[in-house]
Design a protein around this ligand. Structure first.
Ligand SMILES: [Zn+2]
Length: 772
């Protein structure tokens, strides 16, 4: 061979290799893009006819609802309720305010929640069972609730308008704009326990939000969901849902109003968007933090479903649960969970067959498989350790605030991408170094054994999540075949590269949306990168394409890209763009006529008016819980405190009974009464209803060193107050300490304007003692 020919040949090989890289990178980019598509909300159509869902009209409602924070027991709460009521009336719906209260016994105390549910009905022309549309109108304290749950309420109002603008549907629509969700689902509970319409409901659709961006996820269903998931996919153009998310959510302690119905066996679906959740329950859950495309993706499926289900007979439903997930955002793949075992068995046998075949072809060895299995496990450990270290280094730039940033999509996406590149670089290097002990076919097959085990475990314990392992594993096995069955495995033709690249697409389509959803839902961290590491096992065969002598260059390029992205983040993503949450509390002690101003953190702003640098209990010497704060004495504001009056007193065989009236002098979020006595409370009644129901003789106050204590808290105490009847085991004076809570720092206390980068949540407490 002449030197010239050798040179020519080398050039040709280089060009071919260049082409191979281009093909691979092209497919990976396209696959990643298509995968990411499932994580972004769709575009809003240009023209919206009157019978369709309009975000523009929806926004008018959100603007009205999210002016101010509107938790239970505030003026704003009432204003929001009046607005929704007015809108429903204008739509011509029959409506009522379900005024009631629900109660809950807690350790040594009792809580009462005053509830004002908005309940309405849109009659259909041939009703079988009704569809319940549900969202809550109370917000978390300090949060204007534009997304949580202003968007949900507004979407229902817009859905009702659009339904009325279109041709009439058969089934009735029941609307529940619930109260006191943020305090523990009390509105939905009261509706479920007391409202006669509950028995007429066929399907429940609930709307929620945890963040302010991202796609709308159908993340929870009732039992026997297969039929409903099918109808959802048929009705809504961009139906996005995931049986794995549903299964994971079931294992989490989180609840929404939907839980009340789900627990009682109702059919239904729960929807929410969850990205950019630094707004969740925060003062920045406001009009500036709304995403139109997200709102469209949130609201329009509800209209589509209401219309679709509205024309179905909802009297009975077929049994059976579904496994479901999305590819390309609009395509939902649904199959019965009965198929899970068949698919698992099929893919499992295929894998075992592949190993036998590889062994037969002398491409696999037992020792190599063991080394591949063990080695890949170690790689993940090394990968996580390295990524955690880099994550800590990034943390040096932001300090303890780093955690908060993970809720911000811009912040998270940049670092997630950078770290993912680094993880790939680490893996490719480890594979190359390790190939001395185990060949790439051994290593790939050994690593996929982890997936085989995972598939078995998940199919048994979380059948709804099995798809996430079964289908990527199937395509990885096909890629493995390509490597095990080709005679000269080390020399790659363009056709082989093309085939391998093509096989990567389904894996990316299924895995990328999940990686995104889970790093958002459960926050970024070591676990997310553990998943990424295990995901990379699927791509080990692809590392064969990188020739041994090129490995360092390949690793270098990938690591360089990762580092550039991280450096970009370090230089452009700043702390000051992120508002910081602080809490300011005012406490008026009406007994001593003392005012206290307290803050949770000392920052640039609060250190202007709080000089104290030692943290102390907020309600020192009072029987109420309050976190430790920096506090200082200030002027006593003129706020009237809640009143307690003795209506009647009696004694019977040594026991003493007091009938008391607790009356507010202003609207309060919470009114608590701590009853301190030498002998325990044995009987108690609130507004004529016995507290502690069936165990009448049970002592309901808890013992401590000075005697006994019983606490009653009323959320949203009504103007007319509440009557409390208490029977004590013995005679002796009774001390009643009252605490009421609102959210406004009194006008007398002049605070400087907080800077824009500080969010403030404020609380005001007034305490007063009574002795009878
Ligand atoms: Zn909510």
């Amino acid at each position: 061979m002449s030197t010239r020919f050798k040179q020519y040949h080398k050039k040709e090989v280089d060009m071919k290799k260049g082409l191979h890289y281009i093909i691979l990178v092209f497919f990976l980019v396209v696959g990643t893009y298509l995968g990411m598509l499932s994580t972004t909300p769709p575009r809003i159509p240009e023209k919206i006819p009157p019978e369709d869902f309009s975000v523009q009209r929806e926004l008018e409602h959100i603007k009205a609802i999210a002016q101010m924070p509107h938790p239970v027991g505030t003026e704003e709460h009432e204003i929001v309720r009046d607005y929704i009521t007015k809108e429903l009336k204008e739509l011509g719906l029959n409506l009522e305010i379900q005024k009631t209260s629900t109660a809950r016994r807690t350790e040594g105390g009792y809580r009462i929640y005053e509830v004002d549910n908005i309940v309405a009905r849109l009659e259909g022309i041939d009703n079988s069972k009704a569809i319940l549309l549900m969202a809550h109108y109370d917000s978390a304290p300090g949060a204007p609730g534009a997304n949580d749950d202003g968007a949900g309420v507004a979407a229902i109002l817009e859905t009702l308008r659009a339904l009325k603008a279109g041709s009439q549907i058969k089934n009735d629509i029941i609307v529940l704009i619930s109260d006191a969700e943020e305090l523990g689902l009390w509105g939905a509970k009261a509706f479920f326990d007391e409202h006669p319409w509950v028995n007429e409901i066929g399907v429940v659709l609930n709307l929620e939000a945890r963040g302010s961006k991202g796609i709308n996820l159908m993340f929870e269903t009732g039992q026997n969901n297969k039929w409903l998931v099918n109808e959802f996919a048929e009705a809504a153009r961009y139906s996005v849902g995931d049986s794995l998310l549903d299964a994971m959510y079931q294992r989490m302690p989180n609840d929404t109003d939907f839980s009340i119905f789900k627990d009682k066996g109702y059919q239904g679906m729960n929807f929410a968007y969850i990205d950019d959740w630094q707004t969740y329950h925060m003062p920045i859950d406001d009009l500036e933090h709304l995403d139109k495309r997200t709102l469209y993706h949130h609201g329009s499926p509800i209209l589509a479903l209401a219309r679709h289900l509205g024309n179905m007979n909802l009297d009975a439903f077929p049994d059976g649960n579904a496994v479901y997930f999305n590819v390309f955002r609009s395509l939902m793949i649904i199959y019965s969970d009965k198929w899970v075992w068949i698919f698992t068995l099929f893919v499992g046998l295929l894998f075992v067959g592949t190993i036998v075949l590889g062994y037969w072809h002398k491409r696999l060895t037992v020792k190599g498989l063991i080394l591949g299995f063990a080695g890949s496990g170690i790689f993940v450990g090394i990968g996580i350790a390295l990524i955690s270290l880099i994550w800590r280094l990034i943390g040096l730039r932001y300090g303890e605030l780093l955690d908060r940033f993970t809720r911000d999509s811009d912040f998270r996406n940049v670092y997630l991408l950078g770290l993912a590149f680094l993880m790939i670089a680490v893996f490719s290097l480890l594979y190359a170094l390790y190939s001395r002990w185990a060949s790439i076919p051994d290593l790939s097959t050994g690593a996929l054994l982890w997936w085989l085990i995972g598939m078995g475990v998940i199919s048994v314990f979380i059948p709804g999540g099995s798809y996430l392992v079964t289908w990527p594993l199937l395509f990885a096995i096909l890629a493995l075949w390509e490597i095990l069955l080709v005679r000269d495995a080390e020399s790659f033709s363009t056709g082989r590269i093309f085939l391998l690249a093509l096989l990567s697409i389904p894996v990316l389509l299924i895995m990328i949306p999940q990686f995104y959803t889970f790093s958002v839902a459960f926050s970024i961290g070591g676990a997310a990168f553990g998943i990424l590491g295990v995901l990379l096992f699927l791509f080990i065969p692809y590392f064969m394409i990188v020739r041994k002598k090129d490995v360092w260059r390949f690793t270098g390029v990938i690591a360089f890209i990762g580092l550039v992205i991280i450096l970009f983040g370090l230089f452009t993503l700043r702390v000051k763009d992120q508002p910081f949450l602080n809490e300011v509390t005012y406490h008026l002690n009406s007994d001593t006529d003392e005012g206290i101003l307290a803050v949770r953190y000392l920052d640039d702003w609060t250190s202007q008016f709080i000089k104290e640098s030692v943290k102390e209990e907020l309600f020192k010497g009072l029987p109420f819980y309050g976190r430790d704060v920096f506090k200082e004495n200030v002027q006593a504001a003129k706020i009237p405190s809640t009143e307690v009056k003795l209506l009647e007193e009696s004694t019977d065989k040594g026991s003493r009974t007091l009938r008391l009236k607790i009356t507010p002098t202003r609207k309060t979020f919470r009114t608590s009464a701590a009853v301190l006595s030498k002998t325990p409370v044995v009987l108690a009644e609130a507004d004529g209803k016995p507290i502690d129901g069936n165990e009448l003789k049970k002592k309901i106050s808890i013992e401590h060193k000075d005697g006994y204590e019983f606490q009653l808290s009323v959320y949203g105490l009504r103007e007319e107050g509440i009557e409390l009847k208490l029977t004590f085991e013995g005679a002796g004076p009774v001390d009643i300490k009252i605490l009421d809570q609102t959210f406004e720092i009194p006008n007398e206390i002049n605070l400087p304007q907080p800077p824009k980068q500080i969010m403030v949540r404020s609380f005001a407490y007034v305490t007063k003692s009574f002795t009878y």
